[in-house]
Design a protein around this ligand. Structure first.
Ligand SMILES: Cc1cc2nc3c(=O)[nH]c(=O)nc-3n(C[C@H](O)[C@H](O)[C@H](O)COP(=O)(O)O)c2cc1C
Length: 248
């Protein structure tokens, strides 16, 4: 394997046990410099990255501790301001702009995680920001109400305890489709279910699903892990996106 593939294959999340060791300002700068190298639509980088140094703020806002955190937000404000400065107009393009901007933002976020890993720094992506009150989070970081939306937080640090194994991934049927989309048939579904059941594959969130009385891991997943629709949360997100101008 070359160095790039080694970095990609060694990437894994650290769940809540980062050590007290701090990331140096130089490494942090290397990570932020690298993340903006990601591809971006129309060369406009429709995102903002908030760098958070304060451990308590990281814990308070993202529910997980770490040395540093990066909050990746889709953001058209800089682009709109520059347009106005030049007496030009800019169309944020509603939901289409939101999709494109989100793609820019997430590519930058994953590039940050990979750059960090290449420096020996581990990470955890969290969408805890959407489980909490998004308006409060926006206020905590002075995010603009219009044309800005926090998509994902990336907590960075050094692990306190090395994870015992790498989490598995599906990489065949149902994930990679050759030439045309392939609807999984019964054989594919049986294979998928047994892949999740195989303790050697480390696919799931828990290992003791059998002790909990489930026939398959995925029975536990669908019944216990996946939350029922939270209409209140859904309305809040719609309302924030509407206020931001991404949807009508
Ligand atoms: C959008 C997104 C949100 C996530 N949110 C959380 C989270 O809130 N808490 C957590 O412990 N892990 C979170 N993760 C990490 C996943 O649990 C982790 O990537 C997955 O279990 C695979 O493990 P690995 O990254 O170690 O390979 C998140 C990952 C993504 C991409």
């Amino acid at each position: 394997m070359n160095n790039t593939l080694e970095t990609i294959y060694s990437l894994r999340s650290i769940h809540g046990n980062f050590s007290e060791r701090d990331i140096s300002p130089e490494d942090l700068k290397t990570i932020t410099d690298a993340c903006v190298r990601a591809a971006n639509a129309s060369a406009r980088q429709s995102y903002s990255v908030i760098v958070i140094n304060d451990r308590q703020t990281i814990k308070d806002q993202f529910c997980y501790g770490g040395s540093k955190a990066l909050l990746f937000c889709i953001d058209f404000n800089r682009i709109l301001k520059t347009a106005a400065y030049l007496g030009q107009e800019f169309n944020t393009d509603g939901i289409i702009g939101f999709i494109t901007g989100s793609t820019d933002t997430i590519l930058a976020a994953q590039t940050a995680a990979l750059a960090a890993k290449s420096l020996g720094i581990d990470s955890l992506f969290t969408n805890s920001i959407h489980r909490c009150d998004i308006t409060k989070l926006n206020r905590a970081f002075d995010l603009p109400v219009k044309y800005c939306f926090p998509l994902i937080a990336l907590i960075l640090g050094y692990p306190q305890v090395e994870p015992g194994y790498m989490k598995g991934r599906l990489n065949g049927t149902g994930i990679i489709h050759y030439e045309k989309y392939h609807e999984p048939d019964k054989t594919d579904l049986d294979e998928l279910v047994s892949t999740y059941d195989d303790p050697q594959r480390h696919m799931g969130m828990i290992h003791d699903w059998q002790d909990k009385g489930y026939q398959h891991y995925l029975d536990w997943f669908y019944r216990k892990w996946c939350s029922p629709v939270n209409t209140e949360k859904e309305s809040e997100v719609y309302s924030v996106l509407r206020q931001a101008g991404f949807i009508v």
